[in-house]
Design a protein around this ligand. Structure first.
Ligand code: GAF
Length: 375
């Protein structure tokens, strides 16, 4: 792209991916989540280009880019462009202060791996433009407009967790976020002598075209049925096991399973927060395994590859717990592994996975890190 020859960035932003320790699919059910940003990130370099409305965006990592005009923003056929366009559209609904800019991206955050490269893209752009053009948006506004951009331009009816984690995370902590009130608490995470190891199945999912929106609808259907007996409940977050059981005869078994997972998963998040505060690592590990069982058997957003890796970890006494993290259908499993056995575990898992699926596993340690910031 022509602008690259004279590109002189005046602002650099780093926007992280995230893991979710526990609390999957609870965010759009107004429940609890426990995510944190990780060191893997997208770096954004920006310059104003003097134009009123002409903008250039280029990804160095994927050697691809596009031009756009702020006066004619519309959805694109190219999926990743919609994350950018969606955010620009949302910003334009709030302010007319954005002018022509050039942006270059570099990423070490694998896409489609359940680590939320999409939120990193949305939030990094929002954060950068907020600074570059002095838009005056608060962190929460950037989180919310990025989430809306994903609904309107990408088509995934996602919850708020990924964008919230990308912007609001704090190094060494997980965020206990109440997705209804948006109140949150930073919980220090000290797993010593254990580490968080991600195993990337390399099986990719596409949330928009996958079952994500269907899961959301199934949960809403469950809520409507429970409301017949309990008109005051607003979401699955307000539902107890007893309430759910009472409505079971009126529910399709799939809808019951989905609701049952969410009700239990919300409880697990609060139990995990307690386990972390008390440094009860054994309970923390067991909660991960219980969560994965629900993800796989009740919510049915796992896959053979993720299930294999979680089962594999169960045979290893140096792993306290494991589960698939993120939206589902592949991506990464999160494993709590003793620091002395990390290499042995990764070697054994890589060998077994290669034998089973003929795929070369990617494995790396992650540490809870800070949110979107200046570089
Ligand atoms: C995806 C979504 F974007 C999040 O909002 C969340 O629902 C997650 O899947 C599942 O917990 O990452």
């Amino acid at each position: 792209m022509e602008f690259l020859t004279t590109f002189t960035p005046e602002l650099t932003i780093t926007s992280p991916g995230r893991i979710n320790l526990i609390g999957e699919h609870t965010d759009y059910n107004m429940g609890y989540v426990l995510p944190t940003a990780i060191e893997k990130k997208i770096i954004f370099k920006f310059q104003k280009n003097g134009s009123d409305s002409a903008c250039n965006v280029y990804s160095e990592t994927y050697d691809t880019g596009f031009q756009l005009d702020l006066n004619t923003i519309a959805r694109s056929e190219v999926e990743w462009e919609n994350y950018i366009l969606g955010v620009l559209n949302e910003i334009s609904l709030r302010t007319d202060k954005v002018r022509g800019f050039d942006c270059v991206l570099q990423s070490d955050l694998p896409t489609g791996s359940g680590l939320s490269s999409s939120a990193a893209l949305e939030c990094g752009l929002a954060f950068g433009l907020n600074e570059l053009f002095d838009l005056g948006l608060s962190n929460l506004e950037m989180v919310q407009l990025s989430q809306t951009a994903e609904h309107t331009y990408v088509g995934t009816q996602c919850g708020i967790m990924d964008q919230f984690a990308s912007v609001m995370s704090k190094s060494g902590h997980v965020i206990l976020l109440d997705c209804e009130s948006l109140e949150y608490d930073y919980i220090p995470i000290d797993l010593h002598p254990y580490r968080i190891i991600l195993l990337n199945t390399k099986v990719s999912h596409n949330l928009a075209s996958s079952e994500y929106n269907t899961r959301r609808r199934e949960c809403e259907e469950g809520v409507k049925i429970i409301q017949r007996k309990h008109p005051k409940i607003k979401s699955l977050r307000d539902v107890t096991e007893e309430m759910l059981d009472a409505s079971k005869p009126e529910m399709d078994s799939t809808v019951f399973n989905r609701c049952s997972f969410i009700v239990a998963e919300n409880k697990r998040v609060l139990e995990m927060a307690k386990a972390l505060r008390e440094k009860d690592l054994i309970s923390a590990g067991q909660l991960l395994y219980a969560a994965h069982h629900g993800i796989s058997k009740l919510y049915e957003v796992s896959c053979a590859e993720s299930d294999f890796l979680v089962e594999f970890s169960k045979d290893n006494p140096d792993v306290l717990g494991a589960r698939q993290t993120g939206g589902g259908f592949g991506g990464c499993t999160l494993n709590i592994v003793h620091e002395d056995e990390v290499d042995t575990f990764i070697t054994a898992a890589t060998k077994a996975y290669k034998k089973e699926f003929d795929i070369s596993l990617e494995a790396f340690e992650v540490k809870p890190s800070g949110g979107t910031s200046f570089f």
